[in-house]
Ligand binder design. Structure first.
Ligand code: MG
Length: 254
């Protein structure tokens, strides 16, 4: 497997409230944990929320994943780790009134040989770019605008410009109903999975992401995330930008 990861403050925001993890669990068996979190809340609380979400997820998955057997246990374990991250953020809110409104998106992919286990809440995204070049968005955006796109009343390009694109319908740390989507999918040799925050997807289309993946040489794969971040920054970089990617190798010994 090959990996690439980058997080960037962008060109406008004073700080970076995104966080990510890229953790190789077992290189020989092609097992890894990838995640992106996009925090929100004043007084730097967004940074606290995204860091806490990633730390909680990472700790849980690293401690438990090798004991999970089969699709159901891996999906359930990943879902429980995301709910634990939600609980950790709610607890931290109670300890400090300046953190009362903090929250974060969380998109996580547990790579397990030929399987991807995906857990998700919010509007960060996971994409799968096929070895033949097609791109599929694996996650639904939990946002008002995302629902309009799924309903067919907005296009991808209209959603990227929409003034209410930041309104989320689910996120960790918020008081309303938490929606955690879980799914398993196969990926194939040469496929690329990409996780990213909306600082990328509000400025770069899915087709453009697929094009960058298609053009990058396999031995240059680690520069993919930097290239995508640079593209978003060249278009204004008005939000924090995070990209984490993995490319499945030609052989899996899992
Ligand atoms: Mg963002």
């Amino acid at each position: 497997m090959k990996f690439s990861a980058q997080t960037d403050r962008g060109r406008v925001r004073p700080s970076n409230e995104d966080a990510y993890c890229l953790e190789v669990l077992d290189e020989g068996a092609e097992r890894a944990l990838l995640a992106v979190a996009d925090g929100m809340g004043g007084h730097a609380a967004g940074e606290v929320a995204s860091a806490l979400a990633i730390a909680t997820l990472r700790e849980r998955v690293l401690a438990q994943a090798l004991r999970w057997n089969g699709d159901d246990e891996r999906l359930q374990g990943l879902g429980e780790a995301i709910v634990a991250a939600h609980a950790a953020i709610l607890a931290a809110q109670g300890e400090d009134p300046r953190r009362a409104g903090m929250g974060t998106t969380l998109t996580a992919v547990l790579i397990w040989g030929e399987y991807l286990y995906i857990g998700h809440t919010g509007d960060s995204r996971a994409y799968l770019v096929g070895a033949e070049g097609g791109i599929r968005q694996l996650t639904d955006d939990h946002s008002v605008v995302g629902e309009l796109v799924r309903g067919g009343s907005l296009t991808e390009l209209e959603a990227m410009q929409h003034p209410q694109r930041h309104l989320l319908t689910s996120a960790l740390g918020t008081q309303g109903r938490l929606r955690v989507d879980l799914q398993a999918t196969l990926w194939h040799p040469g496929d690329v999975v990409i996780l990213c925050s909306d600082g990328l997807t509000n400025l770069v289309t899915a087709a453009e992401i697929a094009e960058r993946v298609r053009l990058i040489a396999v031995d240059q794969f680690d520069s993919l995330a930097r290239e995508l971040v640079d593209l978003a920054n060249s278009r204004g970089g008005h939000d924090n930008i995070t990209v984490v990617a993995a490319r499945r190798g030609e052989e899996v010994r899992a």
